[in-house]
Write a protein that binds this ligand. Structure first.
Ligand SMILES: C[S@@+](CC[C@H](N)C(=O)[O-])C[C@H]1O[C@@H](n2cnc3c(N)ncnc32)[C@H](O)[C@@H]1O
Length: 312
């Protein structure tokens, strides 16, 4: 049996190495974090492989013929059909939790984790330093919600004493079904979360509200870049990834200024890498129409300008 395991414990030189190890631990119910730590600590692929081999040795009893066949079948989907492993394991790690995902939703990305973290800090400071502020509720919208990753992370780790109303909106009904599954598992006892099907702000349930906080991760990849993308990314929903020309993100950023409160509110939007053309355009336009609003472009951990922040 051992030789079988090693055969399946993955070619350390393959491009899909980490995905295959994740699938391996999923199928055999092994602790992926042990493999992950090993993969992080061992920069050299050969030694990662050897260590993973010894880790899996401990679990020999669990490996059986039937599961090996299943693994082999699913591994082919990853390697040859470029299916993202998260669609097979039906789970993706984001911020502090595991979210259910399927092929109707984008797999939440690590660079997006900055958004809930930023918003939670902002809410914490702004509701603390202004204790006299008249605020009964705080209205938070996660537009383009997909799996609900941003909005539900905010809902789960929200600490302020001021009651939040959380809105998750998306144009895709099937993405909202996924967000609802995540709502039920991750924040089952938070009643004030509303899921709304809406093309941008068109639905009446959000159209007339001015929010304190808006988070947005719109489909920002230009359609013309599609060919250059990794085959796995192309298996994610097109509506979640691509924009025609510069349309949707510009339309959103133009509209959003009338959906945030005039004072003490924010909108943070993820953009394509270093999209200064977009930033300059929005900055100029906002300054002209709302001179008191401040627009800035924040870098991600890799030093790439990524998040456009509008503050009032
Ligand atoms: C990049 S994904 C973001 C998903 C999730 N917020 C995340 O960060 O993982 C963009 C989402 O926007 C939705 N979307 C696309 N066009 C839209 C529109 N016109 N109005 C509202 N949502 C839209 C897609 O269905 C998709 O779920």
């Amino acid at each position: 049996m051992n030789s079988m395991i090693y055969k399946y414990l993955i070619d350390p030189l393959s491009n899909t190495y980490n995905e295959e190890v994740l699938l391996f631990s999923y199928i055999f119910e092994l602790d992926y974090s042990t493999f992950l730590l090993n993969n992080i600590n061992n920069q050299d692929k050969k030694s990662r492989y050897n260590d993973n081999k010894s880790i899996s040795n401990k679990y020999n009893a669990k490996l059986d013929e039937h599961l090996l066949k299943k693994f082999e079948f699913l591994r082919k989907k990853i390697v040859f059909d470029s299916v993202p492993v998260q669609y097979i394991t039906k789970g993706a790690y984001f911020f502090k939790d595991k979210f259910y995902v399927n092929n109707n939703t984008l797999i939440p990305r690590s660079e997006t984790e900055f958004i809930p973290e930023f918003i939670l800090n902002w809410i914490d400071t702004h509701t603390k330093i202004k204790p006299t502020l008249y605020m009964d509720n705080i209205d938070v919208l996660d537009i383009f919600t997909g799996s609900g990753a941003i909005g539900l992370s905010i809902a789960k780790y929200y600490k302020s004493r001021i009651k939040p109303n959380i809105y998750l909106s998306d144009i895709s009904e099937s993405a909202l079904t996924v967000a609802d599954i995540n709502r039920k598992t991750l924040v089952p006892n938070t009643p004030d979360i509303r899921l709304i099907k809406s093309d941008l702000f068109k639905n009446k349930r959000i159209k007339y509200i001015k929010f304190d906080v808006i988070s947005a991760n719109p489909p920002y990849i230009p359609r013309r870049s599609m060919r250059k993308l990794n085959a796995r990314v192309k298996n994610e929903p097109r509506i979640a990834l691509f924009r025609k020309g510069s349309n949707i993100i510009r339309i959103f950023l133009k509209q959003v200024v009338s959906h945030i409160k005039e004072n003490n509110s924010i909108c943070i939007t993820e953009t394509n890498d270093n999209d200064f053309k977009l930033y300059k355009y929005i900055n100029k336009r906002t300054k002209k129409n709302h001179p008191s609003f401040k627009v800035s472009y924040i870098k991600d951990i890799y030093g790439i300008h990524r998040y456009i922040l509008i503050e009032t």
